[in-house]
Design a protein around this ligand. Sequence first.
Ligand SMILES: Nc1ncnc2c1ncn2[C@@H]1O[C@H](COP(=O)(O)OP(=O)(O)OP(=O)(O)O)[C@@H](O)[C@H]1O
Length: 939
Amino acid sequence: MTPYLLFLFLGLSLGAVYASMALSITLTYQGSGVINFAAGAMATVPLYVYDDLRNGLFSLPLPGVPSMEVGEQPVWLAILLGIAVAAVLGLLVEVLISRPLRRAPVLAKVVAAVGVMLTIQACVALKFGSDARSLTAVLPTGTMRIAGIQVPTDRLWFAGIVVLAGVALAIWFRRSRVGLAVQAAAENQRAAEFARLSPNVLGIVTWVVSSVFVALSMILAGPAIGVLTPGNMTLLVVPALAAALIGRMSSLWAALAGGLAMGVLVAELQFLSQTKTWWPEWAKQGLTDAVPFVVIVVVLFVVGRSIPMRGDDEQLKLPAVRLPRNRPLVIAALLVGGVALVTLTDGSYRFGVINSLALSLIALSLVVLTGMVGQISLAQAGLAGAAGLVVSKLGTHLPFPLPMIIGALVAMVIGVLIGLPALRIRGAQLAVVTLAAAVVVQQFVLGNRLFVSTENAIPDPQLFGLDLGVREGTTIARVPFGLLVLAVVAVTFVLVCNVIRSGTGRRMLAVRSNERAAASVGINVSAVKLTAFALASFLAGLGGTLIGYSRGVLSVESFGVLVGLSILAVAYIGGIASASGAFVAGAMGAVGIVFVILDRNLDLGPYYSVITGLGLLLAVLFNPLGVAGGIRAEYDKLRARLRRGRRQDPLVPVRDVTRGDPVLRRPATRTIGEVCLRTSDVRVTYGGVKAVDGVDIEVRAGEIVGLIGPNGAGKTSFIDAISGFTPATGTVELGGRDVSSLPAHRRARLGLVRTWQSMELFDDLSVLGNVRVADDVRHRSFAFVRDMFRPSRTPSGTVTDAMTLLSMTDSSDGRPEELPLGRQKLLGVARALALTPQVLLLDEPAAGLDTPESIEFGNDLHQIAATGVGCLLVDHDMHLVFGVCDRVYVIEFGRPIAVGTPEEIRRNPKVLAAYLGGEHSELDDVEPVTPEPTAIGGL
Ligand SMILES: Nc1ncnc2c1ncn2[C@@H]1O[C@H](COP(=O)(O)OP(=O)(O)OP(=O)(O)O)[C@@H](O)[C@H]1O
């Protein structure tokens, strides 16, 4: 028992380190909505200032500013100056970074926090050097006897102080006016204004208090955090994030308890792993990092969406995507340029070119995953490293290029595993999971002596007897190797660009734009995300194998977490949403060609990390499109200016009311008059509200059925329920098949297709793209592989028919948000038609249309119905409903009150009472209505 008790006490002090940082992260999150990935890096600055003062130096943490000899200072003064520096740092981060990004998308906040982390760490390394310093204890040292064991006194003091200070902070947060205002503002920005405290004041208070709190804790921790280096506190943020998540990023009490508990758990597991023979050898290293990872995944999976993340309602808006074209001439020119760069350079310049090419593949992986699908991953370098590890193990046993391909495939498998949480977790939370995963890969796999030893040499690639190795004698980068890398990169880019501009790419962009709407057009959102993770991980792996071959040996340093974060930085600077941005990123990456040029010519090598960190912050704040995106945007503006004059407001075409022949044709398989949709006893409840309370309806092929009711009657909830977008009871039969238990995308694919009251279009796709994406879903066998080689197909007849019927053809290339509101609704209908529905559920499609357009839309509906589609129309435009519908159902308070022909409904007293707000008590007795089959008008 005794050793367990000792490790419990030691674990408490480690836990106090985690807890203090978790408290700080929770506080800043509540105050600003930023998950402060830089909390660990920020804490190093005051620690160095404090440590220098204890050694007689007064140092401002700015590279290039010399330190002053001031003689050894008393502890209290050193602590005071240390926390003063922390306060200023917190203030600067708030004012310069957090405040301008208050309403920014989640990705921008995550990337900005990473930028702060990289910049601070690079500045600290420049200013204070990279040598490890041992920290002296501030608190009383010695040992104390508790329950028969000797426990280090300073550890106990430290844990005790953090607990007391944490409790005081939690009480302040819960009771004080500022604390209450911060909590209110986290729920709703306006709420804080009632306390007459501006968001700026709240931001400053939380950032300053949290950085002072964590700085003081770290100074007091002393030896409990081990040695001090510029980087060793940076990744302490991972366990701290785990503890903060235990507190759901809002409870300081839970963050405190979670941090302490995790410290104890880590310490006890370490004790077991070191002393027990049954503990597997391979699992001895990296335990400290594996525990927080497991905690993060479990917490996020169990609590999932119920974690009240700030900005949850905010769409993850990313820079507009540039779809690559793969023009043969451009590819040829780029290839010639690449060959020239490889052959005409030498030495470190050629090495820089080769490295840039390999890095561009890892950056491309981020373009696919983050740029195209909106999934944030901080683990791409780890995946590259895993692939490099495979090459080092298989390189001597298998002929090239097998080890390279297998390495990339292994990275792909790990990447998909890391991506699994993305099925439930989004935005910033996913960044937390992938950061934790990256740390585990770094420590558990790449840093594990069992897997990676000094003999991890990577043999030179040989192909058909040709030596493609990177080195020979004093040549550090041979031309054949450079050409090999160029060839791999060129082929990969062409194939990936094909995927991006094809149906697969459209599906990815649809998921990025709006997951709900994507499911409503039959897209399997989970499958798309996992495909993106697979593709991106394969790319990162491929890049990793090339980096491995170029180094000749697998080294953890090439693939560490911070390397990964710096690749994210350059990918963002280059342009995260465009394939060409990946090239810019590669050029700017660590030991890439830009680095070599700056280092050789301007001696800026040592400052490169600071430059990239600052560049990232500037890109986030001022140019989210990145370098490539910025150039492209200017080019587009110029082209638009040249074209202006030739076009006349193409996005607001006049609808062709005089059209002659019907546009749509009826498929031979459809029989007019057969029941295609039958629902029985459908019920939806939200908490205590019965939104839909036992609704039975029938819709026949070729029929237009209305569903009306006053505001809040439950019409949208009913459509949500039968299309699979809200949990409901009862049965839904589509063409005789019970689809009640199928997910939304499967119902849509079977032909139960809906439109949305709130538009829900894909803003990242063109008008035509919005319609095509629904059609793509139907041709999906081996779509991904086929798209690589044959990306461009002309839109199918279904798409052009839908576009023509709803007069969208003139607006094909425009963006949905450029259309007037009414036409955006019609685009939703066109998109639904591209799925060739059996049943079309239309939720207020005519809202925003003027009277002639509404009449025209009525005609369109008749055409749609005439092809054998059953239409269920929800709308407040009674002229439209009574004008086109064969039958109408009426619901009120979620319950059916009438069904009949438009004429019958118009005269029904219950309906009149419901609409005119009469006395409703008699409705309590209304039995669920059984639909009467009626003749289908005109068909
Ligand atoms: N997500 C939700 N959570 C809680 N209550 C909800 C939710 N969605 C709808 N409701 C409630 O359910 C009831 C039915 O709402 P619903 O939007 O389905 O009505 P509606 O007939 O479509 O209204 P409208 O004609 O105004 O669009 C309302 O009382 C509404 O406030």
